[in-house]
Design a protein around this ligand. Structure first.
Ligand SMILES: Nc1ncnc2c1ncn2[C@@H]1O[C@H](COP(=O)(O)OP(=O)(O)OP(=O)(O)O)[C@@H](O)[C@H]1O
Length: 249
């Protein structure tokens, strides 16, 4: 699905990510884990064509064979529209505070798919109910909903859109533990029900243990270890992965 090959990112000649290679296999939840500043978000920004001005990249990121690093902004935007759905840390920032939820959910889901508002209402209503949300939220503003409800709204859109790749960058960092767990459970249902290939960025090893099949460990801008979660938790080889796992207990 996604093959990143020797990706390097530098800003103003400072190396941010060096020679990163990893795979995101189809149908699985793959997690990038690493401490703050290790280059996780910059890697995601490179994949999404969101890097800041003055950034240089080398290497490849093949998404179903198409090199995202060798694509124009327009091409990446096109791929994001049809194939990739993103969920970021603070859902409140993804929504316009002065627009009611129905219009915004439509833009993220039915509108993106070319559905009519009527089709959207019917389909989204049943998804919201499935996720334990009331359809009354259609008529509410984002600030009237909790952070957990807003993240569930983003997941509802992902359920609606059925993206080929879901990228969730620290989606639970601003949620409390109970709501985090609910979110992760929904992410797993999405993966099990629809086989959604997911790239989950986190600095929380408990979330990796709970949700992911595969993991990519980043440290100081480098991918230091990759493998299945079961394998790396049982037999970490890199000193940083060992330290990470030791700090969990
Ligand atoms: N716009 C920018 N200009 C210059 N350097 C930047 C910029 N954004 C990030 N960096 C640097 O790039 C490095 C990697 O940052 P990045 O945000 O990818 O880390 P991260 O692993 O996602 O951390 P966090 O979990 O805190 O988000 C850091 O050293 C950071 O200071």
């Amino acid at each position: 699905m996604l093959k990143v090959d020797q990706l390097s990112i530098s800003i103003n000649e400072k190396n941010i990510v060096e020679d990163s290679s990893f795979l995101v296999p189809r149908g699985k939840i793959t997690s990038i884990i690493g401490e703050s500043g290790s280059g996780k978000s910059m890697t995601v920004a490179a994949l999404l064509g969101n890097l800041p001005l003055g950034t240089e990249t080398t290497g490849k990121a093949l998404f179903d064979g198409k090199d995202l690093m060798d694509s124009s902004t327009e091409e990446i935007m096109g791929i994001r529209k049809t194939d990739i759905f993103t969920i970021f840390q603070d859902a409140a920032n993804s929504f316009n505070p002065s627009v009611k939820m129905e219009r915004q959910l439509y833009a993220f889901s039915g509108g993106r798919n070319g559905d009519t508002v009527k089709q959207f209402r019917a389909k989204m209503s049943s998804i919201l109910v499935e996720l334990g949300l009331s359809v009354a939220i259609f008529h509410q503003y984002p600030f009237e909903l909790s952070g957990g409800m807003l993240q569930r709204c983003m997941i509802a859109c992902a359920l609606y859109v059925k993206p080929n790749l879901l990228i969730a960058d620290e989606p639970t960092s601003s949620l409390d533990r109970v709501v985090q767990k609910e979110f992760i459970d929904i992410l797993k249902v999405l993966n099990e029900k629809q086989g959604t290939t997911t790239l989950l960025i986190t600095h929380d090893l408990d979330i990796v243990a709970e949700a992911a099949d595969e993991m990519i460990v980043m440290h100081a801008g480098k991918v230091v270890e990759t493998g299945s979660v079961a394998e790396l938790f049982a037999r970490p080889t890199h000193p940083y992965t060992k330290r990470l796992l030791e700090s969990r207990f």
